[in-house]
Design a protein around this ligand. Structure first.
Ligand SMILES: Nc1nc2c(ncn2[C@@H]2O[C@H](COP(=O)(O)OP(=O)(O)O)[C@@H](O)[C@H]2O)c(=O)[nH]1
Ligand SMILES: [Mg+2]
Length: 374
């Protein structure tokens, strides 16, 4: 993959839960010193750019000084970032939202539940990180917090991650370990691939529909020019016209398939890069080299339906009597073509829908393959 891609991650949570420590632990020591970073909103959200790998750039939005229990002001701050980038939906800018809770607090407050629920609406990718999981006797608290979050928000169990961001030597000389970052980095990649590929079917629909509309307009133009008052129709012309429409329709048909392939390949490139980076990433130490699953390239079969409906001569039982007769033939021939072209337009649109569905299905496969690579 020679393209670079960027992912935007927002970290939220009350002061003191361990957001800055988490960033430093996951993305390298001291990337975010408290109070460092470019302020991107009047106050509260700070951006830091980190190279996760040569291909993947992370824009990390840490938050601090947010007043606890003021959900409206939190939402306003997020909205401010969205406005700066001219996007409407949270998921159009943030590919992952990390919501931190401290396992030390042993319970999830209503404010946090409300924020998690609000942020997780409309399929926004929220990851709940329980910090301070290294603290002694915290297991019962973790279980209770998980249960509560799953019950009261739309966050799934697999989107709740336990983390310890601090290695410490305790009084007795025992050491506590850091843990949890592999899973978070992996979720960031899964979410990014999901965000990229969820846009592909819509792109294919737009591109394909435009091609079909152009085909339809061009063919109608040909009919208008060729089927005229002086020369309403003739067998020979009919054959070449039909041929032209058929070949042209076939071209559109093929182009839709090629667009679909290109979009799939683009998503697949990211998938391959992320799968290999996951095991080769300096930020993540993985002992067993993970295998990249193979996905067989898909191809869309041609339908033999396209084109056949226009073929066939126009046999009109109208005797050519004077000008009125010629006019009648012209109108009838044009109507005949209109109908044939509309019928073929509908076939092409059906074909496009099939391609879009296939693309979505194939993308779903690679998304779930990356998801299970843990
Ligand atoms: N034991 C332990 N301490 C942590 C952990 N995460 C953060 N801390 C400590 O909690 C305090 C607050 O952390 P900080 O990252 O500044 O919180 P923030 O206000 O959310 O950015 C600091 O003293 C950290 O050393 C953790 O996972 N385990
Ligand atoms: Mg902080």
């Amino acid at each position: 993959m020679d393209r670079r891609c960027e992912t935007n991650v927002l970290i939220l949570g009350k002061t003191g839960v361990g957001k800055t420590s988490l960033c430093n632990y996951i993305f390298g020591t001291e990337v975010l010193k408290t109070g460092a970073g470019r302020p991107v909103t009047g106050m509260g959200i700070f951006e830091e750019t980190i190279m996760l790998s040569p291909q993947l750039i992370l824009n990390l939005y840490d938050s601090w000084g947010l007043e606890a229990d003021k959900s409206e002001s939190w939402k306003a701050l997020i909205q401010e970032v969205l406005n700066q980038h001219d996007v409407r939906e949270i998921k159009d800018w943030f590919h992952t939202i990390i919501y931190c809770l401290s396992a030390k607090s042993a319970r999830v407050e209503d404010f946090d539940l409300e924020m998690i629920e609000v942020l997780g609406k409309d399929g926004n990718p929220v990851l709940v990180v329980l910090t301070h999981c290294d603290v002694m006797n915290v297991e019962t608290a973790i279980t209770a917090m998980r249960t509560e979050i799953i019950k009261k928000t739309s966050v799934r169990n697999q989107d709740i991650v336990e983390v310890s961001s601090h290695a410490k030597t305790l009084l007795g000389g025992k050491k506590t370990e850091v843990f949890g970052k592999e899973k978070i980095i992996h979720r960031i990649k899964v979410n990014l691939l999901y965000s990229i590929s969820s846009k592909m079917p819509q792109i294919l629909t737009t591109i394909g529909q435009e091609k079909i509309n152009n085909w339809f307009r061009d063919c109608q133009e040909v009919v208008k020019r060729h089927v005229g008052f002086i020369n309403p129709t003739s067998g020979k012309k009919e054959v070449s016209r039909n041929e032209y429409f058929d070949i042209y329709a076939q071209e559109i048909f093929d182009e839709i398939g090629r667009e679909s392939d290109a979009l799939f390949n683009e998503a697949y490139d990211f998938f391959s890069a992320f799968s290999s980076q996951f095991s080769g990433n300096a930020l993540v130490e993985v002992t067993d080299r993970q295998k990249i699953p193979q996905i067989i390239h898909f191809q869309i079969k041609k339908s033999d339906k396209i084109g056949t409906s226009i073929a066939g001569a126009v046999l009109l039982a109208i005797p050519v009597v004077g000008l009125l007769g010629k006019f009648a033939i012209q109108e009838k021939t044009r109507a005949y073509y209109r109908e044939g072209l509309r019928y073929n337009k509908a076939l092409l649109e059906d074909h496009l829908q099939v391609c879009v569905a296939l693309l979505a299905q194939e993308l779903k496969k690679i998304n779930s393959q990356l998801e299970t690579l843990e």
